[in-house]
Design a protein around this ligand. Sequence first.
Ligand SMILES: [Zn+2]
Length: 75
Amino acid sequence: MDLTTKIHLLSNVKCILDDIVKDDSDSDIQQIHKLVVNYIESKCIHNIVTDYIDITPDYGHNIRYCDICMKTFTD
Ligand SMILES: [Zn+2]
């Protein structure tokens, strides 16, 4: 499995873990969450894309995010 695929899958895992650690203090899960976050942050070679998000019908703004790890970037 290539690194990009792995990081993409792990970003889904991170999403699930984000939900769990929000209201669960299970230290094993916290540890796994931390490992996943660290892995993604240290290995992802970000591929940043720009997307336009509609907030209301007449207002929106551009966001930049990495389409591999889904991290968002602000200017
Ligand atoms: Zn990334």
